[in-house]
Design a protein around this ligand. Structure first.
Ligand code: FES
Length: 239
C-alpha cells in the first residue's frame, strides 16, 4: 500500500509530500519516516493552524488518485452538454408546432367559412334561409314595389341611418344575417309594421332593407360578406 502510494506520487512529478497532509495527521509518524528513507521530503508540524487553508492547497493528492484532466474528458463533457441542449431545442420546437397546429382552423371550419347559395329558385316576393357559420342568413327576392319603398325611405326616419343602396349589391336581393341586434333572437320574415322582419322576443320591427324602425333593437340587421358568383349563385363569406 505504501509502495503504491509512493509510486502515484512519483508519477505526478512531485518529489515532496505535501506538508499539509502531514500537518493534518493523514500520514502517521512511522510512515513519514519510511517515506523519508525512500527519498521523499517531509516536515513535522505539531499542530494544525488553519485546516481550510490546508485543504485548498493540497492538489498533489487529488492528482495522484484521480489523474489530471485530459482532452478526452473535455470532449466527453462537451458531448453530454451539447446533447442535452439539442434535446431541449427539439422539445421546444415540438411544443411550438403543436400549439400552432391547434390554432390553425380545421378543413371543416374553412369549408364552413364560405357557403354557396343557389338563388335560382327564390321567386320574387319570397325568401329562403341559409345556414352560414352557424347563423341563419335571409335571402329575400324583393318585388319592384318593395325596392321602391326601401329606396325612398327618409334617413331622418331611421334609428341607424343607412341608404338601401349601401346595403345591397343587386337591389332585387336583400341578404341579411337573421339575428336580432337586440338580444339575438331570429326575426320572422314578412311581418311587422314595415313588412320586412319582426322579432317576436321583444317586438323589434325591421323594414324591407332590414333596417331597425321600431322596438328595442339598436342597430340594423347585419349584411354579411357576400358576392354574386353568377345571376343564380351567391357566395357567402367573401366580398
Ligand atoms: S331579441 Fe329581438 S327584440 Fe329582443
Amino acid at each position: 500500500m505504501l509502495g503504491r502510494l509512493a509510486r502515484n506520487l512519483a508519477q505526478t512529478g512531485s518529489r515532496a509530500i505535501s506538508t499539509s497532509s502531514a500537518r493534518a495527521g493523514l500520514i502517521p509518524t512511522n510512515t513519514q519516516a519510511t517515506l523519508a528513507q525512500e527519498g521523499f521530503k517531509t516536515e513535522h508540524v505539531s499542530s494544525v493552524d488553519d485546516p481550510t487553508k490546508i485543504a485548498s492547497t493540497d492538489h498533489h493528492w487529488e492528482h495522484a488518485f484521480t489523474g489530471p484532466h485530459t482532452e478526452d474528458n473535455r470532449a466527453f463533457t462537451y458531448f453530454v452538454l451539447g446533447g442535452g441542449r439539442f434535446a431541449y431545442a427539439s422539445l421546444a420546437r415540438m411544443a411550438v408546432v403543436n400549439i400552432l397546429g391547434t390554432l390553425s382552423p380545421s378543413a371543416n371550419v374553412v369549408a364552413m367559412a364560405k357557403v354557396e347559395a343557389d338563388i335560382s329558385k327564390v321567386e320574387e316576393g319570397t325568401a329562403v334561409t341559409v345556414m352560414w357559420r352557424g347563423k341563419p342568413v335571409f335571402i329575400r327576392h324583393r318585388t319592384p314595389a318593395e325596392i321602391k319603398i326601401a329606396e325612398d325611405t327618409e334617413m331622418s326616419e331611421l334609428k341607424d341611418p343607412q341608404t338601401d343602396a349601401e346595403r345591397v349589391k343587386d337591389p332585387r336581393y336583400m341578404v341579411l344575417v337573421g339575428i336580432c341586434t337586440h338580444l339575438g333572437c331570429v326575426p320572422v320574415n314578412k311581418m311587422g309594421d314595415y313588412d320586412g322582419w319582426y322579432c317576436p322576443c321583444h317586438g323589434s320591427h325591421y323594414d324591407l332593407s332590414g333596417r331597425i324602425r321600431r322596438g328595442p333593437a339598436p342597430l340594423n340587421l347585419e349584411v354579411p360578406a357576400y358576392k354574386f358568383l353568377s345571376s343564380k349563385t351567391i357566395l357567402l363569406g367573401e366580398n
